[in-house]
Write a protein that binds this ligand. Structure first.
Ligand SMILES: [Zn+2]
Length: 301
């Protein structure tokens, strides 16, 4: 007999991955992610205090779930939270193959010992910008609902994309280290009826935290099954997910080239050259004064 939890595209359920399922006569699309490894990777890059670690982990997971409907290899999605709280904000960029890169504005909050994501984020806005090869990127922005991130994505999907959704995100920290991370997004598709809404509300009420199930050894596919309780649920696809930065000296140089002439002249006047650092992965790139002068020349050409 085939494994009831085998999902096309997934070879190792003990590594980070995404799964998508369809249920309730096709009127529900459900996606789930295990993001433990990529959250640990982000922690290596950004050395965050507990609330920041949790906030960024939830934010990356929610952003990846949201990015699942991008199709073309060059599509990108940028999600930005501007926060009034001490975290300052977060940025996450996803490609169409479930790779993401992200950073918090402030990595370490003073006195941040136990997890308090809402306290770290407080109020602010959530913006989603999609670049899918149209003339202009498009997107939407909402005020943060609670700062807990999951509720904020739920609210964004309803207010900006008119899609009733349940988004649950979690990062479990034990002894200062990330033990599990993941989340799910369950959405009603056009044509659903009120009974489907009631059904999902009942399933959601009292459903434990997503990371509780990861901690109990359930895979994302199994968690979707537990949540939906629909014997006709079908797994549609799966894919590995990861933290991956695509920075390079060329890209950094292209960024520098957008500076004005006066700024570039000032940078070129430092005979030691300048060091730039990628905000997503901390990679450092050194530019000699001659490199900067070459950019100035190109700008004038
Ligand atoms: Zn980078």
């Amino acid at each position: 007999m085939a494994d009831p939890y085998s999902v096309p595209g997934i070879t190792d359920i003990n590594k980070d991955h995404f799964v998508k399922a369809s249920a309730l006569r096709g009127f529900v699309k459900a996606c789930a992610i295990r993001s433990t490894d990529l959250c640990r990777q982000a922690q290596e890059y950004h050395n965050m205090t507990p609330s920041v670690m949790c906030a960024l982990g939830r934010f990356m997971t929610g952003s990846l779930l949201l990015s699942e409907n991008m199709k073309n290899p060059t599509d990108t999605q940028t999600t930005i939270i501007k926060a009034e709280g001490p975290i300052g904000g977060m940025t996450c960029v996803c490609d169409s193959s479930f790779n993401c890169r992200a950073y918090p504005v402030v990595s370490r909050i003073e006195g941040d010992e136990s997890v308090n994501v809402k306290g770290a984020v407080a109020g602010g806005t959530l913006s989603v910008i999609r670049d899918i090869g149209l003339r202009e990127p498009y997107g939407g922005q909402v005020e943060l609902k609670t700062g807990g991130i999951g509720e904020d994505f739920t609210y964004y999907l309803m207010a900006s994309e008119q899609t009733p959704s349940i988004v649950a995100l979690g990062v479990l920290i034990e002894k200062g280290k990330i033990k599990h991370a993941g989340g799910m997004m369950v959405q009603l598709m056009p044509g659903y009826d009120e009974k489907d809404v009631d059904y999902l509300e009942k399933r959601a009420s009292g459903f434990p935290d997503y990371t509780y199930f990861l901690d109990e050894g359930f895979s994302p596919a199994q968690i979707l099954d537990l949540f939906l309780g629909d014997p006709d649920m079908k797994y549609i696809e799966g894919a590995p997910v990861s933290f991956r930065c695509n920075c390079s000296k060329e890209k950094m140089s292209a960024g520098l080239a957008t500076l004005g002439k006066a700024d570039l002249e000032e940078l070129a006047s430092d005979e030691k050259g300048i060091d730039t650092e990628c905000r997503f992965c901390n990679s450092k790139y050194h530019f000699e004064p001659a490199d900067i002068r070459a950019l100035l020349k190109e700008n004038q050409a």
